[in-house]
Design a protein around this ligand. Sequence first.
Ligand code: FES
Length: 117
Amino acid sequence: MSDWIEVCALEDVPAGGARRLHAGGAVIALIRPEAERVFALEDRCPHKGGPLSEGIVAADRVACPLHGQCVDLASGMMIAPDEGRVRTFGVRVEAGRIWLRRAELAAPKAHACELAT
Ligand code: FES
């Protein structure tokens, strides 16, 4: 069994934007700041739970849609002076598809992955 699980096409996530993904019991924000780079974070702001998949993506951070606090996409850390951290997931892009690290998902089965509309 592969260490990675294919979740969707790269084109399913708009460049400069994000999509919400239900994967293996987790709700994940797939965030694509640039054409070939994608980050995967728990879709829950460390501040008060805002949906990061609905935030504004700029450079390597996302601004939460509720109160505007920013999260670093690579580390999941809030940008100072704010504090907190959101869980991040291993992600890779290959041949136009997005893959998540299987071991980080609670129920890592392909049929358990679904993009929100
Ligand atoms: S809930 Fe995200 S900044 Fe407040």
